[in-house]
Design a protein around this ligand. Structure first.
Ligand code: HEM
Length: 169
């Protein structure tokens, strides 16, 4: 009689532990799905900023004109959106690497992807500070700096995407 009670206690304990494990697994899967969703959403936003901002700049520079006040404001907001989406990419990327692979030692393509993404983040900070300073001094952003940064950012985002495709093939 005592033995039976003992066994049912063990079974109860095992059942509880299994439940807890399943709960954790579901939580892990849900987190990965949610993080991937925000990673992809941020990719759309950062790409959109690069295409849209680049187009506005090239149209103005071909017409040999400086953007007016409203367009400058749009470029400034696009700069903020770009920086915010890169920060989201970093936060979700770091969490995904840890949840799926247990760290950053995934493969060399992934290492290249992070390095290119780091340069992209630095460039985004630089361009935002430059646009902020020039709008504070009531001056249009420097054409050469804007062109250089937007060209290298476009190249870098392509490198990041190619590296992601190779790393997670
Ligand atoms: C400009 C920045 C970034 C872009 C454009 C980008 C792009 C992508 C793309 C396209 C994928 C989908 C790949 C696939 O599932 O086949 C992906 C997944 C992923 N990225 Fe990023 N990423 C960026 C930044 C980062 C950073 C900074 C990290 C880590 C620190 C990171 C970590 C990851 C991880 C762990 C996955 C999931 C891989 C998997 O599903 O197994 N990403 N990224």
């Amino acid at each position: 009689m005592i033995k039976l009670e003992y066994i049912s206690d063990i079974l109860f304990f095992l059942n509880q532990t299994l439940d807890l494990f399943l709960q954790f697994d579901i939580m892990r899967i849900m987190s990965v799905i949610l993080l991937k969703f925000f990673h992809y959403l941020a990719i759309i936003f950062s790409g959109g900023v690069l295409v849209g901002g680049g187009l506005i700049q090239s149209v103005y520079s071909k017409a040999n004109q400086v953007p007016d006040l409203h367009i400058s404001k749009i470029l400034k907001i696009l700069g903020y959106i770009g920086l915010l989406s890169l920060i989201i990419l970093w936060i979700t990327g770091i969490l995904l690497s840890n949840l799926i692979y247990g760290g950053f030692a995934i493969n060399s393509a992934f290492t290249f992807k992070i390095i290119a993404a780091a340069f992209l983040l630095i460039l985004s900070f630089i361009i935002n500070i430059h646009i902020f300073n020039s709008s504070k001094n009531n001056k249009p952003p420097n054409k050469v700096i804007m062109k250089l940064v937007s060209m290298s950012s476009r190249a870098l985002i392509l490198i990041v995407l190619i590296c992601a495709a190779i790393a997670f093939k």
